[in-house]
Design a protein around this ligand. Structure first.
Ligand code: IPM
Ligand code: MG
Length: 330
């Protein structure tokens, strides 16, 4: 099993260092364990003139799993896309065709007071945002800046999905629901957008193949409202890339902090990229303040999903829970 560690920028490097300690602690129980590091983000840009250098990409293609930290620097969006540290993650997702992004939102009982919502609203929360990760506005063409006929500066992106792209994420959602409470809520904006009409139609059709799973549809604005009002009505929520970006942050905040949630992204098969949902947090970077729980739980997800070692994953989950119940905090 070949694991590539891409620690990246800001607190990405700090939390990944702690997660690697956990990985190494269980390595003895993993036959054929091999771990390598590669540069990505701002350091890679400085060293190679590219935030996602060819050798890193090559190693990522060959790895069986990737442990990712975070990328991006303040002022990132001013840098051209190809050289932008923060965009290296998008390029990696696209190149590896990581289309299925699992973002769980669950609450540690000890930290229930950290949520801004009332205890009874969030207690026992355990939902999964399944975000399509390879298409939508993020990658749609045409995109760019221009000048319109009236001479005004004008900028544009394209929101687009193909039927196969929707089908494959829908299948992932229904299969996932079968391992949980057999409920899928598909989130769209079919009342306004053609692309979302196709989304709803295709998800509904795929749903017919899973008669044992209850499928509901919600418009994204209403879905956010329901997520704040009564989040425990949801189990698996499936949506496109942009809505998934937004709703996964919202869902994370139900738990009180985006700082403690792991995530996993897959192409077809078991190969996965595992990363904390949080970013580089430049305001606290370099101060050893960042909470490494999200990165550590990402290692647990890796062992569970890429290497079929639920036993080791459960030990890591339990160790995190124990650290919290013993009162350790950042
Ligand atoms: C995320 C992040 C990324 C995204 C950024 C860093 C490009 O916000 O993983 O949610 O928008 O996908
Ligand atoms: Mg985001």
């Amino acid at each position: 099993m070949k694991i590539l560690v891409l620690a990246g920028d800001g607190i990405g490097a700090e939390v990944t260092a702690q997660a690697v300690r956990i990985l190494d602690a269980v390595a003895g129980a993993l036959p054929g364990f091999e771990r390598a590091d590669a540069p990505i983000g701002a350091d890679a840009l400085a060293a190679y003139g590219d935030p996602l250098p060819a050798p890193t990409l090559d190693m990522a293609r060959k790895a069986e799993a990737i442990l990712f930290g975070a990328v991006g620097v303040p002022g990132d969006e001013e840098i051209p896309y190809e050289k932008r540290p923060g965009a290296s993650l998008l390029r990696l997702r696209k190149d590896l065709d990581l289309f299925a992004n699992f973002r769980p939102a669950f609450l540690f009982p000890e930290l229930i007071g950290a949520s801004t919502l009332k205890r009874e609203v969030v207690e026992g929360l355990d939902l999964m945002i399944l975000r399509e990760l390879s298409s939508d506005l993020y990658f749609g063409e045409p995109r760019g800046f221009g000048t319109n006929a009236a001479g005004h500066a004008h900028a544009f992106n394209t929101m687009a999905y193909t039927e196969p792209e929707i089908e494959r994420i829908a299948h992932v959602a229904f299969r996932l629901a079968r391992t949980r409470s057999r409920k899928v809520c598909s989130v769209d904006k079919a009342n306004v957008l053609e692309v979302m009409q196709l989304w709803r139609k295709v998800v509904a059709r795929v749903g017919l193949e899973y008669p044992d799973v209850e499928l509901t549809h919600q418009f994204v604005d209403a879905a956010v409202m329901q997520l704040m009002r009564a989040p425990k009505q949801f189990d698996v929520m499936v949506m496109g890339n942009v809505f998934g970006d937004i709703l996964s942050d919202a869902a994370a905040m139900l738990t009180g902090s985006i700082g403690m949630l792991p995530s996993a992204s897959f192409a077809q098969g078991r190969k996965g990229l595992y990363e904390p949902v949080h970013g580089t947090a430049p305001d606290i970077a370099g101060k050893d303040l960042a909470n490494p729980i999200a990165a550590i739980l990402s290692v647990a997800m890796m062992l569970r999903h890429s290497f079929e070692r639920p036993d080791l994953a459960a030990r890591i989950d339990a160790a995190v829970a124990r650290a919290l119940s013993e009162g350790y905090r950042t």
